[in-house]
Design a protein around this ligand. Structure first.
Ligand SMILES: Nc1nc2c(ncn2[C@@H]2O[C@H](COP(=O)(O)OP(=O)(O)OP(=O)(O)O)[C@@H](O)[C@H]2O)c(=O)[nH]1
Ligand SMILES: [Mg+2]
Ligand SMILES: [Zn+2]
Length: 297
């Protein structure tokens, strides 16, 4: 009699899938059926493993996916823990807005963590904190140090939920994970002084059991393709624009040249951060041009 158990794929290494189940972590192979169906099991997938007496375990089914994020992808992401560094790589509101737009488009919530605040000059850090307070006001939870995050995170991660780290290479994702989960032992890498960027130290996606759920470490990626977004939808992904656009005169207002635009009014008054509006215009242009700007690659 072959026994079947359900679990979550926590890592994929040279054709072997490690699946966390109620019977512990089970190493298994994928059946040819996935290749035939052109279905590739991903880290984060809920899967059914078939066990037999000889110790040969096979993935026999992948349950429907809620979403997939990143390259390589993590499936079934409940929340992104976005690591933004104060310095090295330099803090960039434009990059932050790009990430937030991307994840809003993918319909995944984001929690922001500021790394390397210990390396920033006090005046610079003060400025960064003021900007991040704006993001907190529009609805993104913000953590300014790892201790507070460590205290709160276990309660935020619900049963079996997958949180994934995201952010530029060198921002400090693996360093944070090693602090949160002492057994993670993820390799971390120095960032290049000359280029002020990381070197893609993390190459694979892996899930770590954390609290009642999981945290995934991922390779950093900074080039976020936004040009595939439908131009008319872009305003929906800037949450404060979405919320206040009910007061724009036109229902499908794009906040460009339309009369009676509430968003432009709020930008002029200073209630909306001017850089948010500039980034909205830049991303809008990128969509119209149908390609990512060179300086973002
Ligand atoms: N001083 C200080 N250094 C940090 C902090 N976070 C990360 N670092 C350093 O920044 C460098 C890059 O950190 P990683 O954790 O490897 O960055 P990563 O985001 O995992 O990068 P990839 O795996 O390439 O995507 C390492 O030398 C870390 O020691 C921090 O909060 N303070
Ligand atoms: Mg890393
Ligand atoms: Zn408008």
């Amino acid at each position: 009699m072959l026994e079947k158990v359900e679990g979550t794929i926590i890592s994929v290494i040279s054709g072997y899938y490690d699946v966390k189940t109620s019977k512990g972590v089970i190493r298994s192979r994928a059946r040819g059926v996935f290749r035939n169906r052109k279905q590739k099991p991903l880290v984060g997938d809920r899967a059914i493993v078939q066990l037999d007496q000889q110790g040969m375990n096979y993935l026999v089914e992948i349950l429907p996916r809620k979403n997939e994020i990143g390259r390589p992808a993590v499936a079934n992401v409940a929340q992104v823990l976005l690591v933004i560094s104060a310095v090295e790589p330099d803090f960039s509101l434009e990059l932050l807005d790009r990430y937030l737009t991307f994840f809003a488009w993918k319909n995944v919530g984001v929690t922001i963590y500021l790394s390397k605040s210990d390396l920033a000059r006090p005046d610079k850090l003060k400025q960064i904190k003021e900007k991040l307070a704006y993001y907190e006001k529009i609805g993104y939870p913000v953590f300014l140090d790892s201790h507070t995050l460590e205290n709160r995170l276990p309660d935020l991660i619900e049963n079996d939920a997958i949180w994934t780290l995201a952010g530029q290479s060198g921002a400090g994702k693996s360093t944070l994970l090693n602090k949160l989960e002492k057994d993670a032992n993820q390799a971390t890498g120095k960032i290049s002084q000359a280029l002020n960027r990381g070197k893609h130290t993390t190459r694979q996606v892996q899930l770590f059991v954390y609290g009642k759920g999981f945290i995934a470490d991922t390779p950093g990626f900074s080039a976020v393709d936004l040009y595939k977004i439908k131009v008319d939808d872009l305003g929906q992904y800037f949450y404060e624009f979405k919320k206040n656009s009910i007061n724009c005169k036109f229902r499908r207002c794009q906040h460009i040249k339309e009369p009676g635009c509430e968003i432009k009014k709020m930008v002029e008054e200073g209630t909306i951060l001017p850089s948010r509006y500039e980034d909205y215009l830049k991303i809008r242009q990128e969509i119209l041009d149908n390609k990512m700007p060179e300086y973002m690659k």
